[in-house]
Design a protein around this ligand. Structure first.
Ligand code: ATP
Ligand code: MG
Length: 571
């Protein structure tokens, strides 16, 4: 069974907790409202890479379809040719698959429906429910009114059906310049709902579309294209985020007026927001374009490709989406919760290895020169089926600089002059002396070891207060390690007028003289490990044989578990 199949099986078998949307679907199934069909869709606009917010929508739409033996369509909402690109279409498909979902042959594009959308628009004109308007964008804004004042009718609102048809056909034929005319629905300029004040259905855009080329120079607006696309596909439940609640009357108006064969039910839920995270595609694009990050898949990005490169598993992301649940009220989830999910997952699956990020040389003076012992190390204490491996031990080792102090403060129990500590899987060593350079920096720590104290041996019971990780210098493999912190310094970067003012200057630290144990010499891209005592790391695609590069996915410290514990304590 490969990873993808295993993950898919896990999803199928996991009973989904109920929520108000699943309740609606269940009730509709019971009353046979849609003849037992459940058809959902995930409708991304291919104008950027998917982020973790989209993951919530994907899990919900594909999840509900799967649980009800229905189908979920992948539909590219490609109605704005100026912002959309094939690159995005491809990345979106790769990301949905990676998350563990599949659309079978149900891949659609709103642009597939341009002809039908056009026909329906003519039908509305015939029914005197749509008209061609010559107001400029600014004028239209002025006529629209405000939340407290009604709008005014456009002077073009009473054009005859014949004139409207003629003008609309000429709009399509390319006779008019961009921005000079629009097609608008004729609803109610005094409606308390601004979305109902004669919304624009079509605009003139002389742009080349990534799929339809130059076939069209008028393009449908989202509110019109979206509901009609849903209806054409026979969607039963059109699940979208809360900001579309006020658009629902318009969604229903179009479908009622057009008398489409299907009339899907629009249901809104709260979008996923995370602390310290931007979730707007426009802003994410700006981060990429202005080189604040190294690309859409930069491990600091909340994109699925960024998270994957950072070492996140799709399971951790699905688990987060499930845990957060589906609600009707907007809220922001602590990013610590996401980190908690990946820790939980990697704790089960990541092999433990030893890596020294900021090396300090240790020489064991009484260890025979040239001798190498192969010690047994456990790959995962959480899963004995992952077995053991051999790690070499010899006279010269590296430990972490942080694990040694010449003048140890109170409560520092690691290595210090005269102090004894255990080396993981190996021996007790005692610091005898240090060697400094001319600037006073410590360059070597000289120790002695006690041959009786090998791990697993009889004398293992001797108590020391610290166990350190280490690597044997002669066999260690050099590596680069990239450490990450939050990309922003404030919990709500979206609220900043200019998010570049709240970028964290320390969001990445690159350590270039790290050493990892030799078992990692042949590792492969994407492989995930726990570096003992430090955190979870994965192999970055920048890695090459002889030039390993690791990303820190997450540290071992679980802030979320602490928060939860504190919450429980106050309950
Ligand atoms: P933008 O960020 O440009 O406003 P968008 O996030 O709405 O766009 P789409 O490509 O239209 O981008 O999103 C596809 C689907 O994903 C939509 O149904 C949208 O409601 C959903 N979605 C987007 N962001 C979130 C989020 N943070 N939480 C849950 N669902 C989301
Ligand atoms: Mg959108």
């Amino acid at each position: 069974m490969n990873d993808a199949t295993r993950e898919r099986r896990e999803i199928t078998e996991a009973p989904a907790a109920s929520d108000f949307i699943r309740d609606i679907v269940a009730a509709d199934n019971k009353s046979n409202k849609h003849g037992g069909r459940v058809v959902t869709r995930f409708p991304p606009e291919p104008n950027g890479y998917l982020h973790i917010g989209h993951a919530k929508s994907i899990c919900l739409n594909f999840g509900i379809a799967r649980e009800n033996h229905g189908v979920c369509h992948l539909r590219f909402d490609d109605t704005n040719p100026t912002k959309e690109e094939v690159e995005y279409v491809e990345s979106i498909q790769a990301d949905v698959r990676w998350l563990g979902f599949d659309w079978d042959d149900k891949k659609f594009y709103a642009s597939d429906y341009f002809a039908q959308l056009y026909q329906y628009a003519e039908q509305l004109i015939q029914d005197d429910k749509a008209y061609v308007c010559d107001l400029s964008a600014d004028e239209m804004r002025a006529y629209r009114g405000t939340l407290t004042e009604p709008g005014k009718n456009s002077p073009y609102r009473d054009r005859s059906v014949t004139e409207n048809l003629d003008l609309f056909r000429r709009m399509r034929a390319g006779e008019f310049s961009e921005g000079s005319r629009t097609l608008r629905a004729k609803i109610d300029m005094a409606s308390p709902n601004i979305n109902m004040r004669d919304p624009v259905m079509y605009r003139i855009l002389k742009a080349t579309h990534h799929r339809t080329g130059d076939m069209w120079c008028i393009y449908p607006m989202y509110d019109y294209a979206h509901c009609v696309s849903d209806a054409i596909e026979g969607i039963t439940h059109s699940i979208c985020t809360l900001e579309f609640e006020d658009h629902r009357p318009l969604y229903d108006w179009f479908l009622d007026e057009l008398r489409t064969p299907h009339h899907p039910q629009q249901i809104e839920f709260a979008r996923l927001n995370l602390t310290y995270t931007l979730m707007s595609k426009r802003k994410l694009l700006q981060l990429v374009r202005d080189n604040h990050v190294r690309g859409w898949d930069d491990p600091r990005m909340p994109t699925l490709q960024g998270l994957r490169r950072r070492g996140y598993t799709s399971e951790a992301i699905r688990n987060l989406c499930e845990r957060v649940g589906v609600a009707k009220r907007n809220s922001t989830v602590d990013v610590a919760m996401l980190e908690h999910e990946i820790r939980e997952d990697l704790n089960k699956r990541a092999p433990r290895v030893m890596a020294v990020l900021q090396p300090l040389k240790v020489v064991i003076d009484n260890y025979p020169e040239g001798q190498v012992e192969q010690l047994d190390a456990v790959n995962n204490p959480e899963d004995s089926s992952m077995g053991t491996r051999k790690i070499p031990f010899s006279r010269v080792l590296y430990i972490e600089q942080d694990d040694f102090r010449e003048d140890p403060p109170k409560k520092f129990f690691r290595l210090a002059p005269g102090r004894e500590v255990r080396l993981r899987y190996a021996y007790l060593i005692k610091c005898e002396r240090i060697v400094k350079n001319e600037r006073g920096g410590i360059v070597e720590v000289h120790c002695t070891y006690d041959p009786e104290t090998r791990s697993g041996g009889a004398a293992e019971t001797r108590k020391v207060k610290a166990t350190l990780h280490w690597v044997s210098a002669a066999q260690a493999v050099p590596a680069e390690v990239r450490l990450y912190e939050q990309l922003f310094t404030v919990p709500d970067p979206g609220a900043a007028d200019d998010f570049t003012t709240v970028l964290n200057p320390n969001s990445i630290t690159v350590l270039t003289s790290c050493y990892v144990e030799p078992s990692l010499a042949t590792t492969t891209n994407g492989a995930r490990y726990q570096f003992e005592r430090q955190g979870y790391f994965c192999v970055d695609p920048d890695s090459a044989p002889g030039k390993l590069v690791f990303n820190r996915t997450v540290t071992l410290k679980d802030a979320w578990a602490k928060i939860e514990k504190a919450q429980k304590g106050t309950e």
